[in-house]
Design a protein around this ligand. Sequence first.
Ligand code: BGC
Ligand code: BGC
Length: 613
Amino acid sequence: MPGVEAGPATSRVRACLGVFLAGLIISICPRGVSAQQSSNYDSQVTALLAQMTLDEKIGQMTQADSVALANKSDVQRYFIGSVLSGGGHGPADLSAEGWLKSCEQFRSWALKTRLQIPLLYGIDAVHGHNNVDGAVIFPHNIGLGATRNPALVEKAEHIAAEEVAGTGIQWAFAPCVAVVRNERWGRTYESFGESPDLVSEMGAAAIRGLQGSQLSESSLVLASAKHFVGDGGTTDGVDQGNTVCDEATLRNVFLPPYVAAIKAGVGSIMVSYSSWNGMKMHGNKHLLTDVLKGELGFKGFLISDWAAIDQLSPDYKSDVAVSINAGLDMIMIPYGPGQSNNYIEFIGDLKELVGEGKVPQSRIDDAVSRILRIKFQMGLFQNTAVDPNLTAAIGSPEHRQVARECVRQSLVLLKNANHALPLAKNVKHLHVMGQAADDIGIQCGGWTISWQGQAGPTIRGGTTILAAIRNTVAPGVNVTSSATGENAAGADAVLVVVGEMPYAEMDGDRQDLSLSQKDLALISRAKDSGAPVITVVISGRPLILDSALGMSDAVVAAWLPGTEGQGVADVLFGDYKPTGKLSRTWPLSNEQISGQASAGQNPLFPYGFGLTY
Ligand code: BGC
Ligand code: BGC
């Protein structure tokens, strides 16, 4: 394999030269193309491609789920180029070491293949490395959008990259650059907000954080902007639904974050389950090939979403043909032997389709070239061992400190009557109400250890809001708490933590976004105590506050802050004066949430709203 080895053996020298040349190119390139786009490894890619059989090529286009791959040796047998772990799918041992061990096993099978093309392992690290027990969990994107601080987002995503890299995984399916237009959508929190400009700015910052400027560094990972395109604009906010608008609107509202992502050098883009004007995105050649790869000059590769091609038609083989011909380069396949539409079937179907002339050889070569180019850019062929310092730093105090800073800056102060906030640290008696006040799982939300997320101490480390309050008050202050609201009598202030239980895609869609009756009853009980009422809302989206607003002296939107609840206490006690601004308009009523429109003419709080002390 002289052609293959020429790459790795000389790649360090080439990389240095590449950086130098890239610098030159950047200085003369008007569109600010990043270093990794400029050093394109064309000769290595061509040399390697020339040696590959059709089976080896198709293997590179196949991404199988780690659970579907019951037999890890199938990576070798079918030349599988990529493995993912879907939400909640992972090794039995979810510690960093457990992940590292499992990933290394998968990777070792790829190195047993004839050409030893390294495996690319991907995961949904969407608010930190959220499938790993003990990782730091950052606020979900809706909160990061409220910080209006791209430099902080870049820093946070760089930490996420380090934690991902520390487990031997090289690819994060992030950032989600959905422009959210209807909060009924259960993925609203995965969006940085409703403004194309804000999402573009934050998405590009996230990509810089994940990929850096030289993707081959061991602490960096490949990013994936998702879900292309229009996922946040579906009618009634239905997940995987239909976005109805003309092309000019699509280009003005939903496309800009991809223009920014490509400019930031994003190496992969995930296609959306959703449809545009009734046509599934996974079959949309105009947008995938003509617009994204042609007009916008995207040089990375396109990955399909989880079994998304299966939705194109009842016939899987035709789905394979349509999606690959539309421009998909790698297909994400959750199923294994014994299930339909599994990775073996995909490989067989695609091979037949090439033989029948229904998928041109040139399309295969283009797809594989794109994937190999990224693998070269990432330095995967050097097979460097995972830096143990990265593994050791997973969930470190330094990482948590940055997440705490994100939390502080993400909180939006919606109301503050009678100077209810900030709280004095030396009040005599503070009463804290609500299950969410003392629950790491609830404050992290969906995509945390499990796919949909769940209440309870599901992840090691971190600080609940209640624990953070206890850390913050002066010695001797009586902090009492009750999940259901008893014992508020005599308190100097009552803090009520209300909001949403964890959810993710599909299950998170809701027609009625009112606070629950239980939450309203809790706030009303707090009000009965006669003490000032401070309501903290933990939610993935604006909720209809109704009477909660009047009953509360202060209201803080804390979104889904993640593990670092200390950041919430920092704001409540004035160690940090609120700076967060709404990234999504806050509607007054359920009726106001309709169709494509933002939250109507007279929202409760407009986009950009946020008080301070
Ligand atoms: C989601 C993606 C995710 C993928 C892999 C899909 O259902 O839409 O956002 O990256 O699963 O878990
Ligand atoms: C997987 C997720 C995936 C979802 C899609 C789940 O079983 O764990 O990663 O996004 O299915 O339906």
